[in-house]
Ligand binder design. Structure first.
Ligand SMILES: C[S@@+](CC[C@H](N)C(=O)[O-])C[C@H]1O[C@@H](n2cnc3c(N)ncnc32)[C@H](O)[C@@H]1O
Ligand SMILES: [Zn+2]
Length: 209
């Protein structure tokens, strides 16, 4: 569908501005608050006990068509590859629309990654994206979810989630098997190089050639 045809379609719970841009705006959530995080920078924390399955906060931002989304996604990936900044805040809504949540007022963008996440994203019948509780979350706990990153440039994204399960890098659970293989190879190379260096040192000490 062309971008022009897209302008004929609207989604529920959207506001359209004077330029015809479609927005989903935030509502305050009773369940969470922003605080400093031990994982990284700012994070989102449970303001009270949260039962499993609770929609905690909506992922809001500008609702855009797929062509615009591809354009923005590519731009930001290029920027991310240059700077190491992994932030691309675009979520898929449905076959026609994505949502760009890269706005300060989209508090949901502050949720940190964890290898043992307590939240997941869920899309409701109105195509709204929610971060919802994947388990019972006690008051004060930091909310987290699986960023689902693939293995590209994984070394640039060390994980500091601090859970017993931590795989060491911000990589989605679906890629852990591949990650373990890559890490095994990488570490074998590192150990091989260190051994070679050590052997060289010993030879020099004993005067052998
Ligand atoms: C969407 S922001 C999350 C909010 C972030 N804490 C902040 O203050 O802006 C994503 C960035 O947070 C950091 N981050 C999130 N989860 C992390 C984790 N488990 N370990 C290390 N850094 C993490 C990474 O720098 C990542 O690129
Ligand atoms: Zn981790």
């Amino acid at each position: 569908m062309s971008e022009q045809d897209m302008s004929e379609i609207t989604l529920p719970f959207c506001q359209i501005d004077d330029e015809g841009r479609m927005w989903r705006r935030p509502e305050e959530s009773e369940w969470c608050e922003v605080r400093n995080s031990e994982i990284h920078g700012s994070g989102i924390f449970a303001a009270k006990d949260i039962p499993v399955g609770t929609p905690i906060m909506e992922y809001v931002g500008e609702v855009i068509g797929k062509e615009e989304s591809d354009r923005r996604g590519l731009d930001r990936m290029e920027h991310a590859n240059k700077t190491g900044d992994a932030a691309v805040y675009i979520f898929i809504i449905n076959d026609d629309f994505d949502i760009d949540g890269s706005y300060e007022w989209n508090i949901a963008r502050l949720i940190n990654h964890s290898c043992s996440p307590n939240c997941e994203s869920a899309i409701d019948e109105d195509d709204r994206i929610w971060l919802s509780a994947a388990e019972y979350i006690p008051k004060g706990a930091e909310l987290s979810f699986d960023y689902g990153f693939d293995l590209e440039n994984y070394l640039d994204h060390p994980c500091r989630c601090g859970t017993d399960n931590c795989i060491g890098y911000i990589v989605g659970r679906d890629y852990w098997k591949g990650l373990k293989k890559l890490e095994k190879k990488r570490l074998a190379k590192v150990v091989g190089k260190a051994k070679k260096k050590d052997k060289g040192k010993k030879k020099r000490k004993s005067g052998k050639k």
